[in-house]
Write a protein that binds this ligand. Structure first.
Ligand SMILES: Cc1ncc(COP(=O)(O)O)c(C=O)c1O
Length: 369
């Protein structure tokens, strides 16, 4: 089936193969007589789905054995509270502000940490670049430092995670990788905890993935709800409460799909990373070469996943979106806080979809020259 290309920032496109398999298994999963949504999370059928999904994610992202993978509920915004409830020790926590999502995280952490300190901020430049790590003012003895490694709204991405040890800090690095999880490899030697909602690169909304270093478990504040205490969740294999079973199942199918991806010699995440670089380069090049479109982000930190762009003549915005929809290019409207357009190029977006968008950008510009 030929489907339109969906550029939504999330919930976002899911690979057609995954949806087709889920549809085929909807009424009867593997001869069990049950659909996955109807199964007990403690039955052997679901346990096998869960274990496979966890093992595949560990393999794909090369997650070391001393990290726990947790499948939780609550989304990225709940993690903004759950992280300080578990990791702050009610002390000082540091934040690097690079856009709307890290700002929201800071605001929430202020409720739980004794002090939430802004180590650096890109706000004065309207979040069009990342403050260089050498300029960060790190607190001595901070419980952790939080960054949003890909800002979905402002379109800035840390292409390399900061090395806090090299900056003289022992604080664990917390990353919100909601909008680029599984799009590239992760250097776990630099990470204490990573969290992200599934609904952009992995599956449906409702599943939250947390990957946390074991030594950070077991320090939750007394007020932390049991269902959100990472140690309790880890000790119960993410089944202290009923986990988001459907989300875990679809994520598992997506992980299998990821493992099948190939680019030349590369497979899995390495193949995706190369494809994502090629997709983003194609679109940025087309924007930069045009007279009509504009992306304001510094080239060294442009997101490969979320590409905001503006029409220099904003009166053409509606015509642009209408024409895009007619061509089967969906959900290109920018976030309401920044306006303009945004193309999200998650893993499920093929290069052909980006090429179709680039062709449209060109045709629309010619038509309105
Ligand atoms: C980077 C980032 N963090 C957090 C969130 C919030 O996630 P949720 O809506 O799942 O709580 C989003 C949502 O778009 C996001 O892009």
């Amino acid at each position: 089936m030929n489907r339109p290309y969906n550029f939504s920032a999330g919930p976002a496109a899911i690979p057609a193969e995954v949806l087709e398999q889920a549809a085929a298994e909807m009424l009867d999963w593997h001869g069990s007589g049950m659909g996955v949504m109807e199964m007990s999370h403690r039955g052997k059928e679901f346990i096998s789905i869960y274990e496979q999904a966890e093992a595949d994610l560990r393999e794909l992202l090369a997650v070391p054995a001393h990290f726990k993978i947790l499948f939780m509920q609550g989304g990225g915004l709940a993690e903004n509270a759950i992280v300080p409830l578990n990791l702050s020790h009610a002390g000082t926590v540091d934040f690097v502000l690079t856009g709307s999502w890290s700002q929201k995280s800071l605001k929430e952490a202020r409720k739980y940490a004794a002090q939430a300190h802004v180590a650096a901020s890109g706000e004065s430049g309207q979040f069009t670049s990342l403050p260089p790590a050498a300029s960060w003012e790190l607190s001595r003895g901070a419980s952790y430092l939080h960054i949003c490694s890909n800002e979905t709204i402002h379109g800035v991405e840390f292409h390399e995670l900061p090395d806090l040890k090299a900056l003289g800090s022992d604080a664990p690095l917390v990353i919100d990788f909601s909008s680029h999880v599984a799009s590239r490899s992760v250097d776990w030697s630099r990470v204490g905890l990573a969290f992200g909602g599934a609904q952009k690169n992995i599956g449906p909304a409702g599943l939250t993935i947390v990957i946390v270093r074991e030594d950070l478990l077991g320090h939750a504040l007394p007020a932390c709800p049991s269902a959100f205490d990472y140690k309790i969740v880890a000790d119960n294999q993410s089944m202290f409460n009923t986990p988001p079973t459907w989300g875990i199942y679809i994520a598992g199918l997506t992980f299998q799909w990821l493992k099948r991806q190939r680019e030349g010699e590369l497979t899995g995440i390495a193949a995706m990373e190369q494809r994502n670089i090629a997709k983003a380069e194609l679109l940025y090049r087309s924007i930069d070469q045009s007279q009509l479109y504009l992306n304001k982000v510094a080239p060294n930190c442009r997101s490969r996943m979320n590409i905001p762009f503006f029409l220099r003549n904003e009166a053409l915005n509606d015509a642009f979106l209408t024409g895009a929809k007619e061509r089967g290019l969906l959900q290109l409207k920018g976030h309401k806080s920044v306006g303009g357009m945004r193309a999200s190029l998650y893993n499920a977006m093929p290069l052909a979809g980006v090429q179709a968008l680039v062709d449209y950008l060109h045709a629309f510009e010619q038509q309105h020259a």
